[in-house]
Design a protein around this ligand. Structure first.
Ligand SMILES: Cc1ncc(COP(=O)(O)O)c(C=O)c1O
Length: 462
């Protein structure tokens, strides 16, 4: 039995997989301020046209440009590992595999899309990228990608994480980026929030408003905005994870997994692993596919499916998704990357179809799972990743109770070596759980009643 299944560089997938081509009911289109579907031109001040083309594409396979592969070879193909020590500890007949995305230079799956986005922007003649970051993983991934391609990079980092994770900022600066706490005084969006709530912990929605504003107001026209999750092209770039995993599982002598798990903030690492297997499920395979979120930010499990803005200042188009409302300010839980109010429209449409079964966990259960993991498998996972591990442990225990030899595959989306303050808070008893009260959800989602209605269309097959 192999502990790690490695692919040769020559086995790297050369095309990304686009789930939009295969979903039985396509996702609803993004809408502009007039409530009508937006045209690609309307996105041009924000993204370069080559990325907009990918955003709206319904082609099943999209070639990965050779120069992007050259960038990805720095850490890809990523290992598929078998969690044998955890299996033994749990005394489970399940075989637990995980795709190790923590081996990239910034330590997560985020550079898979960061290098692609930086490449397409550079090809289009762009000189500077702006972005937001929650936990700092995305900001450091884009800083890394911009350093490789010689682009300037500006990162608005959610205040609470900026304070909790100073080392992520130092990483971004090491790669040459400029990182400020959001809300900042550099943008109208930031100043407005600060005036109303000077002590706000910030949110991804606010940071996105700031980054978009700086991109679209650059008089030189040479700045664009880059998003680390949620949008179709980001999901697309991440599918290299699942495509590699398919080859690796086959090399390990496995057929399709029974259960696939990923944590989901905006949906990208989950989608990256799950979408290529979702195609098999659409074609009849019996796979349970589980995106996991924090109970404190219950987008998929408790929020309505509605049209909403991706940011607090309502600068982005309306997306059809599960959303807690663009004004939502999440409680300061330690999994900073899982505190977004919305979720990728492609992931949400698959949830509406019944292809995915989302679940949520409280943070203390996730940290307990992270400690079990560290003391069996040995590595220290990101707080976001601990949500996937908690679900994998639950499923492995269920397999033990049922006496079934299930194959569980999950995404190890990142390491937690920059997140040790969260571990320390947990181990010294300072973390508590937070269940979002129903009235709180109603308060933040009230505004959505004014938006165009998002119809829940489904084929009824699942
Ligand atoms: C390690 C890690 N995992 C998961 C996520 C969640 O993002 P997404 O749902 O886009 O994968 C983040 C976000 O910052 C992250 O840093």
């Amino acid at each position: 039995m192999e502990h790690k299944i490695l692919l040769k560089e020559s086995d790297i997938p050369r095309q990304w997989y686009n789930l939009a081509a295969d979903l039985p009911t396509p996702p609803l289109p993004p809408l502009g301020p007039d409530g009508k579907p937006i045209s690609p031109d309307m996105l041009a001040p924000v993204f370069p046209m080559n990325i907009i083309e990918q955003e709206v594409s319904t082609e099943r396979w999209i070639d990965i440009p050779e120069p992007v592969l050259d960038l990805l070879y720095r850490w890809r193909p990523a290992p598929l590992r078998r969690a044998v020590y955890l299996e033994k500890y749990l005394k489970t007949p399940a075989r637990i595999y995980y795709k190790d995305e923590s081996t990239s230079p910034p330590g997560s799956h985020k550079p898979n899309t960061a290098v692609a986005q930086a490449y397409y922007n550079k090809e289009f003649g762009i000189k500077r990228l702006t972005t937001e970051t929650g936990a700092g993983q995305w900001g450091s991934a884009l800083a890394f990608a911009c350093a490789l391609l010689g682009l300037e990079c500006k990162v608005f980092m959610v205040r609470i994480s900026f304070d909790q994770k100073p080392f992520r900022k130092f990483m971004m600066e090491t790669w040459g980026a400029n990182c400020v706490a959001s809300p900042s005084t550099e943008t109208n969006a930031g100043r407005n929030v600060l005036q109303e709530t000077p002590d706000t912990p910030g949110s991804l929605g606010i940071a996105i408003s700031e980054a978009v504003e700086q991109a679209v107001t650059d008089p030189s026209g040479q700045t664009r905005y880059s998003l680390g999750s949620v949008l179709n092209h980001v999901m697309l770039h991440q599918t290299i994870i699942g495509l590699e995993a398919k080859k690796q599982l086959a090399a390990a002598g496995e057929k399709l997994p029974d259960i696939i798990i990923g944590c989901a903030g905006g949906g990208s690492n989950f989608a990256g692993l799950a979408f290529p297997f979702t195609a098999d499920k659409i074609n009849g395979a019996n796979i349970e596919i589980i995106p996991v979120e924090p109970a404190a930010c219950p987008t998929m499990t408790r929020a309505p499916f509605a049209y909403d803005h991706g940011d607090t200042a309502c600068m982005t188009p309306l997306l059809a998704m599960h959303t807690l409302g663009h004004a939502f300010v999440p409680p300061p839980i330690h999994a900073g990357g899982l505190r977004y109010h919305g979720m990728a429209p492609l992931v949400c449409q698959a949830i509406v179809e019944g292809l995915f079964t989302p679940r949520s966990y409280h943070q203390t259960k996730c940290y307990e799972s992270a400690l079990t993991w560290a003391r069996t498998e040995g590595t220290i996972c990101a707080p976001e990743t601990s949500h996937a591990i908690a679900a994998a442990i639950d499923e492995a225990e269920k397999a033990r109770e049922e006496g079934k030899e299930k194959v569980i595959l999950f995404n190890y989306s990142g390491h937690g070596l920059m997140d040790l303050t969260g571990y320390n808070a947990f181990m010294t008893g300072k973390l508590s759980d937070y269940e979002m009260p129903e009235e709180e959800i109603r308060k933040f989602t009230k505004d959505l009643e004014r938006m165009p209605k998002a119809e829940m269309r489904k084929s009824g097959r699942w």
